[in-house]
Design a protein around this ligand. Structure first.
Ligand code: 1GP
Length: 233
C-alpha cells in the first residue's frame, strides 16, 4: 500500500495551544486544499485542547493526523486518519528518541499499529521550543544532516524524515543535503514558511512542506498561497 504522504505536497500544522486570528475558522483552514492537517505543538498541549481541535476539524473533508508531543496528550478518536509520532534523531535526551514512545506503549498497551507511524525529526533551530525541550544538538553541518537522514532511512527504516526549523526559515542547502541522502523516505520540511516564494523554494527541495505559525499569525489567505506554491513546485 502506498503511504498516504507519498502523494502530499503540503501539511497544515495546527497548534491547539495557539489561537486563530479573528474571523478565521478551522473549516476555512481545512478548505485551503492542504493535503493533510496535523494537530500538534510542543508547549501547552493537553488532551482537552487536542480533542477540541480534532473535533473542529473532523467535520471537514481533509485527512487528519495527530502529532502528540508526549504520551499524555494522545487522543483516541476515530476521526483521525492516524498518528504521526516524532522521534528526534538529534535529541540530547533519549526520552525524545525512544523513551516517550516506550512509556506510551507501557501505559496504553496495544496501540493501533495500522494507524501509527513515526517521523524522524532533525531539529535545526536552537531557539525553538522543540529544540530546547529535547536538548537537541542543532550545531550540525550539511554532512551531519545527510548522515542523519541516511541512517534514519537505511538503519532505522524511517519512512518520513522531517527537517524541522520551527519558527524560522531554514538553510536551503541543509534541506538539499537531506534530499540527496534519501532514496525512498519522504522528506518533510517545516519552519518559517510565510508566503508563496518561501513555500515554493522549500517545496522544490522537500517532498512535503509543513506550514504552522502562519495559520495562527496571518490566517487563511496566507496559508492558501503556500498551498498553491506547494502544488506549483
Ligand atoms: C512546526 O515545522 C512546523 O513544527 C512549521 O513551522 O510554525 O515555523 O511554520 P512554522
Amino acid at each position: 500500500m502506498t503511504a498516504p504522504w507519498a502523494e502530499w505536497n503540503h501539511i497544515l500544522k495546527i497548534d491547539p495551544d495557539k489561537e486563530l486570528p479573528d474571523e478565521v475558522t478551522y473549516g476555512d483552514l481545512c478548505a485551503t486544499g492542504t493535503d493533510a492537517v496535523e494537530i500538534g505543538g510542543t508547549m501547552g498541549i493537553t488532551e482537552e485542547n487536542m480533542a477540541a481541535v480534532i473535533e473542529a476539524c473532523a467535520e471537514h473533508d481533509v485527512p487528519l493526523y495527530q502529532e502528540p508531543s508526549n504520551p499524555g496528550v494522545v487522543v483516541d478518536d476515530d476521526a483521525l486518519d492516524g498518528y504521526l509520532i516524532p522521534t528526534v534523531f538529534n535529541a540530547g535526551s533519549p526520552f525524545w528518541i525512544t523513551g516517550a514512545h516506550k512509556e506510551w506503549v507501557r501505559v496504553d498497551g496495544d496501540l493501533d499499529w495500522g494507524r501509527t507511524w513515526t517521523e524522524a525529526y532533525i531539529v535545526m533551530n536552537p531557539e525553538a521550543d522543540v529544540a530546547q525541550l529535547t536538548e537537541a544538538d542543532c550545531d550540525l553541518t550539511a554532512d551531519d544532516i545527510a548522515s542523519y537522514a541516511k541512517i534514519a532511512e537505511r538503519m532505522f527504516g524511517q519512512e518520513i524524515v522531517y527537517v524541522e526549523y520551527s519558527g524560522t526559515y531554514g538553510e536551503e542547502s541543509i534541506v538539499e543535503a537531506a534530499r540527496e541522502a534519501l532514496d525512498e523516505a519522504t522528506l518533510f520540511y517545516g519552519g518559517g514558511i510565510h508566503d508563496y516564494d518561501s513555500a515554493y523554494a522549500m517545496a522544490n527541495r522537500a517532498d512535503v512542506i509543513v506550514v504552522g505559525n502562519l495559520a495562527h499569525d496571518e490566517g487563511v489567505d496566507a496559508v492558501q498561497e503556500t498551498v498553491d506554491a506547494a502544488n506549483d513546485a
